[in-house]
Design a binder for this molecule. Structure first.
Ligand code: HEM
Length: 331
């Protein structure tokens, strides 16, 4: 990342023990938009205030905006690649698009920190948004996904994580930003558990206990790890995932909240196409025979300074009176 890139939000924060994912829609009316814009300037201070209460709690929050909401809230300029969620697949095997204007991805090593921050952040949005989905995710043993395999192993780390997720010179007005795609999956665990471990391993493409990639000679081209490995000009294109298991055993609900960050929506969409349609078509991801996508939404995550500055934007592209005043006072 070049030195002059604005500070990103906590996109590349390390994986934590707990997370809360909140997806909300913006309520009608100019007043609702004004409340959300003003809130943008408060997010960082709220994260600091709540996070301070537990040293080493690793509290962070990433906040993103959907395509239509961006226009209603902030107008032009807009992130070059932000668009509504694109659907893939057909019939029962479909990556569906669902409503979502604002995403909050709250992470910490203790659920109380996530809970308190979610309370503070949503409290200030009361009346201006409607929460359409809220998922409380937890770490499952040694980073197991709900289907029992270790999740996140092939995530990029360090510089590669930043290079894979943070917008650079390709869109200078939005450098330091990121794109994030979320989907809430529910699994048919009874059917999944009826498979032998070997059959499950061929579906994921890794061994279950030891989390080692299957040998190329035996790993099917329709395995989850094969279909989500993509290349451009001979180089692998990575995304950063921070999936979390969630559920309510008493209600038979067993889920995975998928969250993928990248510097463009394109690689995540290519992975979805490979999984749901197949590569080549028909050679689809068998994990989807046991998993149904219940939601799907795409967001842009502004850099940390841009998030704060968005409080002064108006959908007609003008700045608020307050920011003009303070600019002329400092002249
Ligand atoms: C049903 C929900 C999902 C579950 C339970 C799941 C689980 C897993 C597991 C267990 C692995 C192997 C370990 C690892 O490298 O992380 C994996 C790898 C991966 N998954 Fe998923 N995943 C899900 C959905 C998705 C979706 C929707 C995408 C992309 C749109 C995706 C992208 C990837 C990628 C890029 C890898 C690494 C592939 C590699 O480099 O080998 N996953 N996933």
């Amino acid at each position: 990342m070049p030195d002059n890139t604005p500070e990103p939000q906590a996109v590349c924060s390390p994986i934590t023990r707990s997370a809360i994912f909140i997806v909300a829609t913006l309520s009608p009316g100019a007043e609702s938009a004004a409340v959300v814009r003003a809130w943008c300037a408060d997010v960082a201070a709220l994260v600091r205030a709540v996070g301070k209460r537990v040293q080493g709690g690793n509290l962070s929050c990433v906040c993103g905006f959907g395509s239509e909401a961006w226009d209603r809230l902030f107008g032009q300029p807009r992130p070059a690649l932000l668009h509504p969620f694109r659907e893939f697949g057909s019939g029962a095997r479909r990556a569906i698009a669902t409503a979502g204007d604002i995403l909050l991805h709250i992470r910490a090593d203790q659920m109380d920190l996530c809970f308190e921050l979610a309370t503070q952040l949503t409290g200030r949005l009361a009346g201006a948004v409607a929460v359409v989905d809220e998922v409380h995710g937890f770490r499952y043993f040694d980073m197991r996904s709900m289907v029992g395999f270790v999740d996140g192993t092939e995530n990029p780390v360090g510089n590669q994580a930043v290079l894979s997720t943070i917008v650079g010179d390709e869109d200078p007005a939005f450098a330091g930003g990121s794109y994030v795609l979320v989907q809430k999956y529910l699994h048919n665990m009874a059917a999944w558990n009826d498979l032998t471990v070997e059959a499950q391993e061929r579906i994921i493409g890794r061994t279950k206990l030891s989390d080692i990639e299957l040998d190329a000679a035996v790993k099917p081209s329709c395995s989850h790890s094969s279909l989500t490995t993509i290349e451009e000009d001979g180089a692998e294109v990575k995304i950063l995932r921070d999936n979390m298991p969630f559920g309510q055993p008493g209600k038979g609900e067993f889920g995975t909240f998928f969250i993928g960050y990248a510097r463009s929506p394109a690689p995540i969409e290519q992975m979805l196409e490979n999984m749901f349609v197949g590569r080549p078509p028909g050679n689809y991801d068998r994990l989807l025979d046991f998993s149904q996508a219940m939601t799907g939404a795409l967001f842009f995550v502004p850099s940390a300074p841009l998030l704060e500055a968005l409080a002064e934007r108006r959908p007609d592209g003008s700045l608020s009176i307050g920011s003009l005043k303070s600019a002329s006072e400092s002249d």
